[in-house]
Design a protein around this ligand. Structure first.
Ligand code: GDP
Length: 295
């Protein structure tokens, strides 16, 4: 994950290591390479430019050239800035409400259904919750079936109404079912399309308004880079969601989505998916990710 970015940043800092005395020019060259590394990672131009401008400002403010180890200080400044770029502090999940209602949104194939299962499993095994999974995809019977397979594999009940073509009703009935049967978390998996379209947006917006979830999560495939960021913006405009789930971080992603999403929608990445198995879920820690990127 992010191997290319790590390599390029490492090379950028090498510029400083090759010099006995570090000059302003060396620092500027290094930051230029840092910017190039971010652009190669599919971070958008403005974000990359602002990033290096901020690092430069801090480097000047802290008088980088007069410190004992200017190279190390610059690495630290970049690390801090990467952490900020990815959201700063770790963002928790809001488990208030009786039951807590969590709405999953995102395009088809982003990993919504898989993540719904992972989250249910996480809440069951790590947070001592009794979750209910809800199948609200009224277009693809296979999607409902898939949620049953996921639910079976982790021992979590799935609620569906295969004959009902009204996702708002299904979600509302599921919450009633949860209340009547002692479930304290309801995870609503919604229909996804291959691209953002008005009908899908209207539908999820109706569900959102009707059930007023404590958490609306937007699931996106990290491999899709700038597209992920654009899709996030479209969903956020409609749902004003609470957090992002970045899936497929185990794949060969360049990192652009992880690095750009917070700046664009101003919402934190809450969890990441790191594989197809139900255990492949991690809370997202910006500082750990920045440390990992900088090796
Ligand atoms: P949905 O259409 O949004 O519900 O997406 P699915 O949950 O069906 O996921 C689409 C595909 O991505 C499936 O083959 C999943 O196994 C796979 N997938 C989901 N999350 C991850 C992940 O974190 N890593 C990897 N490698 N594959 C994932």
């Amino acid at each position: 994950m992010f191997d290319n970015l790590s390599d390029k940043l490492d090379k950028a800092f090498h510029i400083l290591k090759g010099h006995g005395k570090i000059t302003e020019v060396n620092v500027a060259d290094t930051l230029k390479e840092v910017r190039r590394a971010l652009l190669d990672a599919d971070v958008n131009f403005k974000i990359a430019k602002d990033f290096t401008a901020r690092v430069k400002e801090k480097a000047i403010g802290q008088d980088v050239l007069t410190t004992l180890q200017p190279g190390q200080l610059l690495v630290k400044l970049v690390k801090d800035e990467l952490t900020e770029l990815m959201g700063g502090d770790v963002a928790g999940i809001n488990l208030s409400g009786a039951p807590t209602v969590i709405l999953m949104s995102g395009l088809q194939g982003s990993g919504k259904t898989t993540f719904s299962g992972k989250l249910a499993n996480y809440l069951l095994t790590k947070k001592n919750k009794k979750p209910l999974l809800v199948a609200c995809d009224i277009y693809r019977p296979a999607a409902i079936q898939q949620l049953y397979v996921v639910g079976d594999s982790i021992g979590v009940e799935v609620y569906s109404e295969p004959e009902n073509k009204n996702p708002v009703e299904i979600a509302q009935n599921a919450i009633k079912h949860a209340k009547a049967n002692g479930f304290n978390v309801v995870i609503v998996d919604t229909a996804g399309r291959l691209a953002v379209d008005q009908e899908m947006m209207d539908e999820i917006s109706r569900v959102h308004k009707a059930i007023q979830p404590q958490e609306t999560l937007f699931v996106v495939d990290a491999m899709t880079g700038q597209d992920a960021v654009n899709t996030a913006k479209a969903f956020n405009d409609i749902l004003n969601f609470d957090g992002v789930i970045l899936t497929k971080l185990d794949g060969d992603t360049r990192g652009g989505a992880a690095l750009s999403i917070k700046s664009v929608v101003n919402k934190p990445i809450k969890f990441v998916g790191t594989g197809e198995k139900m255990e492949a879920i991690d809370v997202f820690y910006p500082v750990r990710m920045a440390e990992r990127i900088l090796g």
